[in-house]
Design a protein around this ligand. Structure first.
Ligand code: VGL
Ligand code: ZN
Length: 218
């Protein structure tokens, strides 16, 4: 018996007790900086927290993501002389919208919002920690190549269906939902438990793109 076969035996599909065990809720970036009063406030972002808490109770498994940038991150307008927040520039991997400094590692703004109450969450995926690459998606950074490891984690845990909620609908939720589909997961977005930024009609475009990719809205 070769080693590959042995490894498969040891790390094969985990046993499933109920269909609920193949479903996971991913709460995207429920952080203070994305809520009113924060550095990159999504309008009414804080309103989703009670809904997210309630939604989480209906899932056997919950994952959180956390936007997590170093000071001077390439996605910060402040890192580019003469640029302002919401300008678009060309980075090595393509166009990148510049943001106000936000979710800097270890700061209060990077913490989960005080009303978030999901102590059961099983994994926190941090993203955006590479100084030169932004990461909207929980799966793949904005160069569209560097993986976060989440798809492998979900597969190894035996999850087949992903439900997303969080901030912001038209950036991190959108990119996470499209990449979840691309990685082969059945994917739903709980729109009530999301809020968008809506830059130049980005919210409408996001909903259309998710629908076209086969994302369910619940
Ligand atoms: C996000 C812009 C920059 C988000 C994160 O969570 O949607 N948007 N970083
Ligand atoms: Zn960010």
């Amino acid at each position: 018996m070769n080693t590959v076969h042995r490894a498969n035996e040891r790390y094969g599909d985990p046993p499933r007790e109920s269909p609920r065990d193949s479903e996971v809720l991913i709460v995207v970036d429920p952080q203070s900086d994305f809520c009113p009063g924060g550095a990159l406030a999504v309008p009414h972002g804080d309103e989703i927290m009670p809904l997210v808490n309630r939604l989480a109770r209906r899932f056997a498994h919950v994952i959180l993501t956390q936007d997590w940038h170093e000071p001077g991150h390439a996605s910060f307008a402040s890192a580019h002389a003469g640029r302002r927040p919401y300008d678009t520039i060309a980075l090595a991997y393509g166009p990148q919208i510049l943001w106000p400094d936000h979710c800097v590692q270890g700061t209060a703004g990077a913490e989960f919002h005080r009303d978030l109450d999901i102590p059961r969450a099983e994994l926190i995926v941090r993203k955006g920690f590479h100084p030169g690459i932004d990461s909207y998606s929980a799966f793949r950074e904005n160069d569209r190549q560097t993986p976060t490891g989440l798809a492998g984690y979900l597969r190894e845990r035996g999850f087949g269906r992903v439900t997303l909620c969080g901030l912001a609908t038209d950036f991190c939720v959108l990119y996470s939902a499209l990449d979840s589909r691309a990685a082969g997961f059945e994917t739903a977005v709980a729109l009530d438990a999301c809020r968008g930024i809506d830059l130049d009609g980005s919210l409408g475009k996001a909903l259309a793109a998710m629908r076209a990719a086969g994302v369910w809205f619940i």
